[in-house]
Design a protein around this ligand. Sequence first.
Ligand code: ZN
Length: 188
Amino acid sequence: MSELEHVLENPSVYGKKLGEFTTQCPFCGGPLHVVEIEYEIPVIGKTLIVSKKCSKCGYKRNDVVPLAGKEHLRVYFKVEEPEDFDVKVVRSPTARVVIPELGLELDPGIDAEMFVTNIEGILQLFLDALHRLRVLEPEADISAIENTIRQILEKRRGGFTVVLDDENGLSTFYSETRNLLVLSERTG
Ligand SMILES: [Zn+2]
């Protein structure tokens, strides 16, 4: 379970609960339980997490809203050493993930949620996306890039950059154990 999931499961332990109420579920009309939590995400700072859960149909959604001013940010992390694969990645629903050296690019999902993973998890995300592409377009030749990613994961071989391009400036890299060189760039 990721750190953010822990926060969402135990809001009062990790974050400050700001409000809690019940409204109507947009899908089944059942009781939708809404909790608003103020939570400090490393590097990004204070955010508001709005967590919704329907007890009737099971609909669940977590939205993260920055409490600080939002601005378009592009953050870069160069993966070099094997331990860089453990660096944490906070990816917001509005972030595009790009690995220029491998020609990989992943657009934000339509219904994506905020989540915390690591560099390894990001590469896994690309493998999953390629797998979906293979199902949708069996003709697409993706075995070369798939093999490249698998080898990188297996050998923890660095030499590429992960870019998080986020119009809400909510995505970042961090480590609890070491200082990282993370470059960020404001755009537009
Ligand atoms: Zn429902």
